[in-house]
Design a protein. Structure first.
Length: 112
C-alpha cells in the first residue's frame, strides 16, 4: 500500500503525463494481494509443517518480481522490452496459487 500511495502522490504527474498511471496501479494491486498470499502461505506452512507448500511461496515471490517488478520498471524507464517479462510473472503467480491449493488440499506433511 505504501508503494501505491507513494506512486499516486509523489509520481502522479509523471505517471499521468506518460500514460502509465494505470499500469502502475495494476502493478501495485497485484503486489499488494500477492504479498498477502505469501504471508498466508507462510502461516499455513508453519502451522501444517507442509514443506512442499514452500514451493508455492517461492513461485509467488518470483511471480511478483517478474510481474510487478517489470511493470514498475517500465513505468519509470519507458523501456517496452520490460513488459515482455510481465506474462512470465503472471504464469508464476497463477501456478503458485494452483500449487498452494493442491498442496493444501492434499494435506501432505513433512513426514509422509
Amino acid at each position: 500500500m505504501a508503494l501505491g500511495a507513494f506512486g499516486a502522490h509523489a509520481f502522479e504527474s509523471y505517471l499521468v503525463d506518460n500514460g502509465r498511471l494505470e499500469t502502475y496501479q495494476t502493478a501495485n494491486e497485484y503486489h499488494y494481494y500477492h504479498t498477502l498470499g505469501i504471508i498466508l502461505i507462510g502461516i499455513i506452512t508453519g502451522y501444517t509443517k507442509n514443506k512442499k507448500l514452500e514451493i508455492a511461496g517461492w513461485m509467488m515471490t518470483g511471480g511478483l518480481l517478474f510481474f510487478s517488478g517489470s511493470l514498475y520498471l517500465f513505468c519509470f524507464t519507458g523501456l517496452k522490452i520490460l513488459v515482455w517479462f510481465t506474462p512470465i510473472g503472471g504464469v508464476f503467480l497463477v501456478s503458485s496459487w494452483l500449487f498452494a491449493a493442491y498442496f493444501i488440499w492434499k494435506g501432505q506433511k513433512i513426514n509422509q
